[in-house]
Design a protein around this ligand. Structure first.
Ligand code: BGC
Length: 754
């Protein structure tokens, strides 16, 4: 009897890897009970996560916490039971391969042995789990304008994830960041829709490959939509925005991610013009599936369906919120067991048709089959570390960090000549701290983290580095330590202050930047400004290095210090990369992917603003940003010349080749990021003063000139007319090429469309 059952099971169509995926999905769906189907739509936190929070978190905390959870009324072992019953389709926040395999073993005991898909926030490498390669966060990566690097990192991350049985990353974050107060700027690719789009697309492709090998993971474009322009800068606050801006600025990276094949998408915490995104059929069904043809599944964000009830208050209870969300197009619930019973009930009551549930389950099962989870549900615990943190990945992290660090200002102080400064003061909260890893990173082993102090010591063994520790905590700096640094500065030949924000997740409540860590100011926190001024008052050359995830308005430093480096969150090799730039072993090339405003009053200081934005400049302070989008220095100077068009006049469906010559006038090899902007001179609706339409990283030897060519045609010229239809309108367009978005640095010519 037993062998007959085994035989029957092993010959079930859905278990046959040779059978086409669609047939396997239908076969399996046909065998599932309603409870099992809804179970596939449900996600829970891992058992160890649950265990570590059940003693420390209260039920009250659960209403506001977005990173830690437990399930009141249950114990961790209940999750194992639910898994065996086939009532959990996915887990998140599982941090070890051992736990992932253990949960998978439980799933394999369920009636139909449907494997779990494990999701994790692998935002910059699978850094949220220990012992993985930590690359720069997205904002730094975007500053490299290096889309190949974005692809490569995603590919490597996918391999490291699969090596620990993770199958699904909650990245890329393709939100267009438009508020520096928002603590999540660092996990975005900045403020420009084109740059965000290109970076996001390469990450989707890099993570997913063809979604058919054991080295592929599922990508998730998030958060749909508008979380990056929250009303008061705080995470999850209302997004009140015209449909035109939503379509022109915020949608394009999502649409491109869908076109690139992303098979999951996460909705945003916020309401969109009065409707919570999690229950918005316009977003999840009309646009996503109707207009864009999205084939994957939509996952909710952390307890955000519940927040439709307890926060947004457009549902009287959770069950009603689940109803609204599923009917609007939600496929998977993050997270907790309450969803399953409620949705089963809603189907039994005839409110949700079972066919609606089937749609979601098909989308989820397709991905599980595509990823080969039915055939390979486990990862090999013995070989897991062969891939994770391997030399190839560490080297990529280093190269990415080198290319992501922006030299904001340099009055000739940098690069330092070895031996010139014998005694160097190093101080500041980020001088010798793991915080260099950035948000979305767990603590990593000390030997895997290169701090700025480590990097400097290795870069110039002949110098004496005097370190005055300011602690890690910007809010609780000790004035005695500031005094000590000021005294040490007087005795030093050069000073390096490493300032910024604090992002480490394990000290959630002490952070100043990161998820749910928003500010009403963008100046340095605590005694950091005082530290910089006191050190600089020594009269010794003082270099400021910033480690942070959001733009910081360091106006005093910009006016008074000879050099500033914006290193963002450069990851595990960050200290070494910074030191290599300081000593000129690496010639900096990165350019800002986001404007740095002077102060919080310049919150919407985006480069691609509308013409009337500064019609009346503000009084008393300048109406220009501290550093504009696209700005970034090198140890070379690059000269731009000879901007020309192959055709000066084209038809509305025609195109022209824009050429510009770029010459390296410096003494070093270097990479220049050449930027192409356009401006539509007259149009039916107001157009931004500039829009980035293309960019290229160009390597140039000293004295070398290269001609860079861009094509400008309908894709670059199109916009939405008054009725929201895409058109290319006859008229003149200013074509601009140069080293940054700053107007007087750009060469300009006119293209006429007839
Ligand atoms: C964040 C998401 C993340 C999820 C799981 C939420 O709080 O908004 O971006 O993927 O938590 O960690």
């Amino acid at each position: 009897m037993l062998s007959f059952i085994t035989l029957a099971i092993s010959t079930m169509l859905y278990q046959n890897p040779q059978a086409p995926v669609e047939e396997r999905v239908e076969d399996l769906l046909g065998r599932m009970t309603l409870e099992e189907k809804v179970g596939q739509m449900n996600q829970c936190v891992g058992v160890e996560h649950f265990r570590s929070n059940m003693g420390t978190l209260t039920e009250e905390d659960l209403l506001t916490n977005t990173a830690q959870a437990f399930y009141p009324g249950l114990v961790p072992e209940d999750l194992l039971k639910l898994t065996r019953e086939g009532k959990i389709g996915s887990f998140l926040h599982v941090l070890t391969v051992e736990e992932a395999n253990q949960l998978q073993r439980e799933a394999m005991k369920s009636r139909l042995a449907i494997p779990i898909i494990f999701g994790i926030d692998a935002i910059h490498g699978n850094a949220n789990a220990p012992d993985n390669t930590v690359y720069p966060t997205n904002i730094g990566l975007a500053c490299s304008f290096d889309t190949d690097m974005a692809h490569k990192i995603a590919r490597q991350t996918a391999r490291e994830m699969r090596a620990m049985n993770m199958h699904w990353t909650f990245n890329p974050n393709v939100e267009v960041a438009r508020d520096p107060r928002w603590g999540r700027c660092g996990e975005t690719f900045g403020e420009d829709p084109l740059l965000v789009t290109r970076m996001g697309v390469e990450q989707v492709k890099g993570y997913q490959g063809n979604l058919d090998s054991e080295n592929d993971v599922l990508a998730c474009v998030k958060h749909f939509v508008g979380g990056s322009q929250p009303e008061n800068g705080t995470n999850g606050a209302p997004f009140d925005c015209s449909e035109r801006t939503i379509r022109e600025v915020f949608f394009p990276p999502f649409k491109a991610g869908v076109d690139a094949g992303a098979l999951s998408l996460m909705t945003s915490h916020n309401e969109v013009n009065g409707v919570p995104a999690h229950t918005d059929p316009w977003l999840m069904t009309d646009v996503l599936r109707g207009e864009w043809g999205f084939k994957g599944f939509v996952v909710s964000d952390w307890y955000d369906i519940e927040h439709v009830h307890d926060l947004h208050r457009t549902a009287e209870n959770n069950k009603e919120a689940f109803y609204q969300s599923v009917m609007a197009g939600m496929d998977m619930h993050m997270h907790g067991p309450e969803f399953t019973d409620a949705v089963v009930e809603l189907v039994r009551e005839g409110r949700i048709p079972e066919s609606r549930i089937d749609e979601s389950v098909r989308r989820i099962l397709r991905v599980k089959f595509a990823l080969g989870l039915f055939e390979n549900p486990y990862a090999d615990e013995k070989t897991t570390m062969d891939v994770r943190l391997c030399d190839e990945h560490r080297n990529t992290a280093l190269e990415a960090a080198r290319n992501s660090i922006v030299l904001l200002k340099n009055d000739g102080l940098l690069p330092l000549k070895r031996g010139r400064y014998k005694k160097i003061l190093v101080t500041g909260i980020n001088a010798d701290d793991e915080n260099i890893l950035g948000d979305w990173s767990a603590q990593q082993k000390r030997e895997n983290v290169s701090t700025v102090l480590d990097g400097l010591r290795a870069a110039d063994p002949s110098a004496e580095f005097v370190f005055v520790d300011q602690g890690w905590d910007p809010r609780n700096m000790d004035r005695a330590k500031v005094n000590e640094a000021a005294r040490a500065a007087a005795d030093a030949d050069l000073c390096v202050v490493v300032a910024g924000e604090y992002m480490m997740r394990y000290r959630w409540a002490d952070r100043t930047c990161g998820e749910d860590t928003d500010r009403s100011d963008i100046d340095l926190v605590g005694l950091q400004n005082e530290l910089i001024r006191r050190v600089a008052a020594s009269g010794k050359p003082t270099l400021l290095v910033l480690i942070n995830g959001r733009p910081l308005g360091v106006e005093w430093a910009a006016e008074n210090l000879p050099a500033i480096i914006e290193a963002w969150e450069p990851g595990m090799t960050g200290g070494r990369a910074i030191a290599e730039i300081i000593y000129g072993d690496v010639n900096p090339s990165a350019k800002l992917a986001i404007t740095i405003p002077r102060s919080v009053g310049q919150t919407r200081m985006i480069y691609n603003h509308k013409p009337s934005m500064y019609f009346h400049p503000v009084v008393v302070t300048p109406s220009t940003p501290l550093y504009p989008f696209g700005h970034g220095l090198s140890y070379n100077t690059y000269e731009y010349s000879n901007l020309r068009l192959s055709e000066k006049t084209i038809g509305t469906d025609g195109s022209t080749v824009v050429s510009v010559d770029v010459t390296n006038r410096g003494k070093r090899d270097g990479v220049e990021i050449v930027q192409l902007y356009i401006h539509d001179c007259y149009a039916q609706t107001t157009r931004p003063v500039k829009e980035l339409k293309d960019f290229r990283r160009v390597a140039l030897a000293p004295g070398e000139t290269r001609t860079v060519e861009f094509t400008v045609g309908p894709d670059q010229l199109r916009y939405l007319d008054r009725k929201m239809n895409p058109i290319v309108e006859p008229g003149d367009f200013t074509i601009m090429a140069g080293p940054s978005s700053e107007d007087d640095k750009l060469l300009k010519t006119t293209l006429t469309v007839e």
